[in-house]
Design a protein around this ligand. Structure first.
Ligand code: T46
Length: 130
């Protein structure tokens, strides 16, 4: 688990970052969503997925992401649009400490399916110990 720095392209007109499915994003992208307008002190996420992998980028502002695989927990700062964090399947994720202008872009490996979510932490620990 580590933050990846993507190459910043562009020229005197401004910057550009290019993300390509299964090339510099580590899976085939099936869904894109973003969260913004977060409330101070209110975390998001707090769940794991059975199958879905995610790639998180703060395209504006900043936030922190804590990833937990059931035995180790690490917190990452996303504060640049060229930085991305891979969240593997079966990894508990919490997004927190959002700046008021944060737009967190998420690329996902699967279509939305509520049955892929584990929203209870004890259930998650049970699943990872199997
Ligand atoms: C994650 C963080 C960063 C959909 O209908 N389609 C979707 O693709 C998503 C992601 C959500 N929804 C619905 C389900 C809920 O009724 O939108 C509502 C809010 O979803 P949720 O409570 O899961 O939101 P967050 O911000 O806690 O978590 C979401 C993602 O679920 C999660 O995977 O990493 O954003």
């Amino acid at each position: 688990m580590a933050v990846v720095e993507h190459k910043i392209l562009g020229d005197q007109r401004g910057k550009l970052v290019a993300l390509e499915s299964s090339i510099n994003v580590p899976f085939e992208i099936k869904r894109v969503f973003y969260i913004y307008g977060t409330q101070p002190g209110v975390p998001r996420g707090q769940h794991s997925h059975f199958e879905t992998k995610q790639y998180l980028i703060a395209v504006n502002g900043s936030c922190k992401v804590t990833l937990d695989n059931g035995s180790a927990k690490e917190t990452f700062l996303l504060n640049s649009p060229n930085m991305a964090l891979f969240q593997d399947a079966m990894t508990w994720g919490e997004m927190h400490d959002f700046s008021s202008d944060c737009v967190l872009l998420v690329l996902a490996s699967d279509y939305y399916d509520e049955s892929d979510y584990i929203r209870n932490y004890d259930d998650f620990l049970l699943e990872v110990s199997k």
